[in-house]
Design a protein around this ligand. Structure first.
Ligand SMILES: [Fe+2]
Length: 211
């Protein structure tokens, strides 16, 4: 990412924070996690790395995703459009024999985190992109995870309970809860935040995810 786009990236982070803040009034478990994440993002971790454009194959789904939100997420998608293709998209799991092509249909772009351009060992903030008709198989991780759906209505499964979640929905995955996502006709684009002392410990697919 050229330095000229850093202001747009800061605008994106601020916009995500604004969307999180709007949800805080409910005072439930999601609101508590939002408060925790926002406190960990203050002050904003230092920008220590570059954002090289990497043309991950999953980014072919970005165009559709960036224009498939709803009224509640239109401001977030507008803030994403100037920087979406410059984010550090990658796929962080090993290839799976039972799910060929998965690594070309799912990508993550971490903006803040242990290995991200904004370096933090206490909190991660990034985006998950899943192409249409794709199962992101069951997985788990020690960090608490908060998702905010920016675009796409997918089926989110946690502890074997499926829920259809539209743009604007928040989904909370407590530590080590097994979860998965199944997309349908359109792609899914969602903001994720990880908090806790174990943000450095990556996800692992569970044995249950094997057919
Ligand atoms: Fe997760």
């Amino acid at each position: 990412m050229s330095s000229t786009n850093v202001p747009a990236l800061l605008t994106l982070i601020e916009t995500i924070e604004t969307h999180f803040q709007r949800r805080q009034a409910k005072g439930d478990a999601v609101a508590w996690e939002i408060a925790k994440v926002l406190s960990l993002l203050e002050p904003l971790p230092p920008l220590v790395g570059a954002f090289p454009r990497n043309n991950h194959p999953a980014t072919r789904h970005l165009e559709a995703a960036l224009f498939s939100g709803n009224a509640s997420t239109s401001g977030l998608l507008a803030a994403l459009r100037p920087v979406a293709y410059d984010l550090p998209w990658r796929y962080s799991y090993a290839k799976r024999e039972d799910a060929p092509g998965l690594e070309e249909n799912i990508a993550f772009a971490e903006i803040i985190g242990p290995e991200a351009p904004f370096q933090s060992d206490r909190v991660c903030l990034g985006l998950t992109l899943v192409g249409p008709e794709t199962l992101y198989p069951e997985h788990a991780h020690p960090a608490v995870e908060l998702y905010y759906v920016a675009a796409g209505t997918a089926t989110w499964i946690a502890s074997d309970i499926p829920n259809l979640q539209p743009p604007g929905a928040f989904i909370l995955h407590p530590s080590q809860v097994v979860h998965a996502m199944q997309t349908h006709r359109g792609p899914l684009l969602a903001v994720y935040a990880w908090s806790g002392n174990e943000v450095k410990t990556l996800s692992t697919y569970t044995e249950k995810s094997n057919p």
